[in-house]
Design a protein around this ligand. Sequence first.
Ligand code: F6P
Length: 327
Amino acid sequence: MTKINKIGVFTSGGDSPGMNAAIRAVVRTCAYHGIGCVGIYRGYQGMIEGDFEELNARSVRGIINKGGTFLKSARSQDFRTAEGRAQAHENLKKANIDALVAIGGDGTFTGAMIFNKEHKFPVIGIPGTIDNDIVGTTHTLGYDTALNTAVEVLDKIRDTASSHDRLFFIEVMGRDAGHIALNVGIGAGAEEILIPEENLGLDRLIESLDRSKKSGKSSSIVIVSEGDNIGKNVFELKDYVDQNLPGYDVRVSVLGHMQRGGSPSCFDRVLASRMGVKAVESLLDGKSDLMVGLVNDKIVLNPLERAIKGQTKINKNLIRVSDIMSV
Ligand code: F6P
């Protein structure tokens, strides 16, 4: 087992609140154990270009509360090639970096696994994405903050929806997973929630909206995950309702990237700190090719491969709760 004297840390893929807190935790755990830490800018692309900076405990002051990632993030096409990865490896060796902490989602972990196989380079992953679509953890970094951000905005939309007796279709993020939609839908009291994992069907949607109106509801909110399975986006849904359910005054709102920004919640800051400590100490224990996760309030390790190949499941009980709440 090679002794680890210096660890490189980077963020990659879509950013998420809590990434800065995780970088801080990695840097400070390295300082605590008396080893060096290097920040790699712009993820794999910065690794290929040698965009590195030595970090110490004081370099990460004042960032635990900041959204985004000060190391910046990128999706690198060059790292998809063997030449790109060989260049990255050479740069890491030149900078005396012995191991990596990769903070990101499944794309980041796929790159990390290939790199580890090709160059036998120790790596531990920290799941950072608002979508919560990574197997091996009940919470990814940034998910909790994104839920709170979205609920706050939905409360505001509800104010105007009820003033005008309107129906709103609101798109939230979640390309492949409905965790955000399902939870903010319940949290904000939505009538219906459309997610990638289930197809409610257009007929049922129309029936449900019709029933709502007849039961005396004057305004309604339908949450639509961007990857929903009903086959229509929020604008097409508006047109469909206009044509099939006259009498509704329909508006559309796409929350978009605001869900990825903002100061991390306390939950995400604590999670980031715990995951950062575990990631560094696992590397120091000679572990590699693993992802840290949170399960039953314990920080656990799982193979990166499991995180990439598996598909998270939505909590079906939440669908039932939502149905009951919108009676
Ligand atoms: O993976 C997180 C995510 O926020 C998805 O929900 C969304 O589809 C995607 O990133 C958007 O990414 P970008 O605009 O950065 O390409």
